[in-house]
Design a protein around this ligand. Structure first.
Ligand SMILES: NC(=O)c1ccc[n+]([C@@H]2O[C@H](COP(=O)([O-])OP(=O)(O)OC[C@H]3O[C@@H](n4cnc5c(N)ncnc54)[C@H](OP(=O)(O)O)[C@@H]3O)[C@@H](O)[C@H]2O)c1
Length: 262
């Protein structure tokens, strides 16, 4: 299937590893050009160079902290002055949390609110004037927006807010012929999960691998984590003109983990 993405320009936040990197490669395989951002420049640039070489497309790597409004403004200004327009935005940067509501201070809530919600608000507001008609925005939320994990109430809450933001945005932008959708991944094996499993496994005296295997078998009918590559093609399809009637929807890619019909 030709996804008609050749020479489109795609902004992906958190493009240096995990899901964002896999999505970047999947877009590159379709001939799209990329603007990738992350906080740490070295691994981002390394990934960008490898993608450019393998797929013969342009990769523009920008050091951006999406939590920081000034940094986001600089990213948008860069895209505006360098390219003038944008076709696709994948809002991906984010991270899991671990806390209790009884103990987590305001600052922690504020950080995750800025990371998962305000980053999306600020980037979207900045790029709306640059978006080409026929374009798409895709928000990487989480199954936890609907079906929470007990140890991360702040993650669950802020991802739920992100999903609602995406739904509201979809109505606002479809008159401009820009489609907005949300993906809720389940368990996807990325560096973020290894960090979480190391910390939670330590408390039980088991390794990160043991923790991850037990978790996947317990939670998912499929009995394993997905790979970033397994969900990346889904992202790319939804952003392509081949998904032209998909607007304001949320798609679960979760190995059957969601326990209700949605
Ligand atoms: N993995 C899963 O099972 C899973 C499931 C559901 C949803 N998700 C969602 O998928 C997204 C990606 O997760 P992942 O598992 O792929 O994580 P990951 O492997 O840790 O990668 C996160 C990416 O985001 C970047 N990033 C983090 N904070 C950032 C910030 N403040 N500003 C700019 N970039 C930032 C990281 O680079 P730097 O650290 O250099 O900034 C990295 O490129 C997240 O939104 C996550 O909530 C993941």
């Amino acid at each position: 299937m030709d996804l008609q993405l050749k020479d489109k320009r795609v902004l992906i936040t958190g493009g240096s590893k995990g899901i964002g990197l896999a999505v970047a490669k999947a877009f590159a395989a379709e001939g799209a050009h990329l603007v990738l951002c992350a906080r740490t420049l070295a691994p981002l640039v390394k990934a960008g160079k490898e993608i450019e070489k393998e797929y013969n497309i342009e990769v523009d790597c920008q050091q951006t902290d999406v939590v920081d409004a000034t940094s986001v403004t600089a990213l948008i200004e860069h895209i505006k002055t360098t390219y003038g327009t944008l076709d696709i935005f994948v809002n991906n940067a984010g991270q899991g949390s671990e806390e209790t509501i009884a103990e987590a201070p305001d600052e922690r809530w504020q950080y995750y609110w800025d990371l998962h919600v305000m980053a999306a608000v600020r980037i979207t507001r900045g790029i709306i004037p640059l978006m080409n008609s026929g374009g798409a925005m895709l928000f990487n939320s989480s199954i936890c927006a609907k079906q929470p994990l007990g140890y991360e109430p702040i993650y669950n809450t802020t991802k739920a807010a992100l999903s609602m933001f995406s739904k509201c945005l979809s109505s606002e932008l479809i008159p401009k012929d820009i489609r907005v959708n949300t993906i809720n991944p389940g368990l996807v094996l990325t560096p973020d999960w290894y960090n979480t499993a190391t910390s939670l496994g330590e408390k039980e005296g088991i390794t990160a691998d043991q923790y991850l295997d037990r978790l996947a078998k317990k939670l998912t009918p499929i009995g394993r984590f997905g790979t970033p590559g397994e969900i990346a093609n889904f992202f790319v399809f939804l952003c392509s003109p081949m998904a032209s009637y998909s607007v304001g929807s949320t798609y679960y890619v979760d190995g059957g983990w969601l326990k209700v019909v949605q």
